[in-house]
Write a protein that binds this ligand. Sequence first.
Ligand code: GLY
Ligand code: MN
Ligand code: MN
Length: 476
Amino acid sequence: MQRLSLTRTYASAPQGSFLTAGQPIHETHPHKLRPGEITPGISAQEYYARRQLILESLPDKSLVIIPGNDVQFATNSVFYEFRQDPNFFYLTGFLEPQAALVLYRENENNMESIFFVPGKDYQAELWDGTRSGPNGAIEMFNADRAYPFSEIYSQIELLLKDSETIYMDTFPAKTSNRFPSFFKSHGQNVVKNSLAELFKKAGRKEYKSAVALVEKPRLIKSEAEIDNLRIAAELSSAAYNKAYATGFRTEGQLQAFLDYEFRMAGCEESAYLPVVAGGAHALTIHYTRNDDLLHDGDMVLVDAGGRYGGYCADISRTWPVNGKFSEPQRDLYQACLNVNKECIKLCTASSGLSLHDIHSHSESVMLAELKNCGFTGLTQRQLHVLYPHYIGHNLGIDVHDITQPPRYAKLQPGQVITIEPGVYVPENSELFPKHFRGLGIRIEDDVVVGERDYEVLTADTLKEIEDIERAAEGRL
Ligand code: GLY
Ligand code: MN
Ligand code: MN
C-alpha cells in the first residue's frame, strides 16, 4: 500500500536537517512557499492525491511512464529557458530537467510512485546548481522509490515483466526523442537499450496514452489551482491597467513593460510569447514579432499574461494608442465587447452548454452586432473572415490546457476557460465598410465555470471604453 507519510515531507523535516533541493522549498524560499507546499499554492499532499487518483483508476498490472522535459538548445551551449512538461509537473511539482515519473500498480495493495531524477553529482551541480537527487525525491516529493535517471531503463525493464497495460505516449517511434539529452550525456556505455527496444523485448502488451490519463483530472481545477489562476490573472490585470496609463512608442516597449510588470508583481514570467500588434498587425492572429512602431490614431491589440505558481493568465485587450477611441474604433470595440459579455454569462454548468455551444452563440451575437455597426448582407463565409477563430479554450498549467479538449461536452464546475471573441476587418476588402478596414480587436477574459454562477478571474482588467479612456487620461 502506498504510504501517505507526511513525516516524509520537507514541511515537517526537523529544523536544520540537511536538504539540498533543485528548486525552491519552504526552508530556502519562505517568501515563495508556505510550509507543506512543493510549488506555490500546491501542497505535497495535493501532488500525492493527484498521483493516487490515477493509480486508483488503473487496472491491476499497469505501468504509467511520464517523462519530464529536457533542456532545449538553440545552438551549441546556448540553451532556452527550461519549462517542465505539464503532465509531469501536474503529478510531481518537480522542476528539474531530465526526470521521469513511473506509476506502477500491481494491485490495490501495491501502488507506487517511482521517481527518476538527476543523480547527485558534485561537478554537475557546481555548474548547473543543486539537485534534489533521489533522496530528495523521497524526502520532499513523497516518492515511494527514487533512482538516478540513469537507472530508468533497467528499472522499467524489471517492471515490464509484471505489467500488462502500459501507458506511455509517442510509443514507439518517438520514444527515444523524449530522452534526447539522456543519450547525449550518458552515452551508449550506460544505455544499452532504448525504451522502444525494451518494449519490443517485452512482447505484446496493451499500450495506451498516458497524456489522456493525466489530462482527465487536469480539466477540473482544484481550489488551490483556481487560487493560482486567480493570482496570475490579478497580477496580470494590474499590469494591463498600468499599461493603459502609460504611453508607448513601440510594440517592443509595451511588450517589455508588461513582462516587467508581471514579474515585478510576483509572476514567474510571461506565460507565453505575447502578441503586441499595432494597427493592421492585429489582423495577424499570432503576430509575435512585436517590432514595429505604434502610431497615433491606431489601436494596439495585446494578448499577454503572467504565470504564477505554474498557472497561466491569458488576457487580450485592444485600445487606442493615443488613449482616445475614434468613432469607428468605438463602434467595433463595443460590438466585440458585447459578444464577450454575452458569452461570459453562459459559463455555468447549469446552462447545460458546451464550449462549442458558446462558440456558436458567439457567432450569432457577433453577426447581429456587426449588422448593427453597418456590415450589411453578411454571409456566414464573410463572418468567418471577420471572426476566424474559436471562442476560447481551457486554461491552466498550459495556456491551451489539455491537448484534446472536450469541446462538445457540457461545461463542468471547476473548468477554467477563456472567452475571447475577436473581429478583424481586412484592409483591402470592398466587402466591408471602409472606416472599419484594418481594425483588429480581441477581448479575452479568463472564467471559472461554476454550477450556477461563474467567476471572471480577469475582471480587474479594464475593458469598458470609458474606463480605458479614463485610465489613459492619467498618462504622463
Ligand atoms: N494567447 C493565446 C490565446 O489566446 O489563445
Ligand atoms: Mn486564449
Ligand atoms: Mn490569449
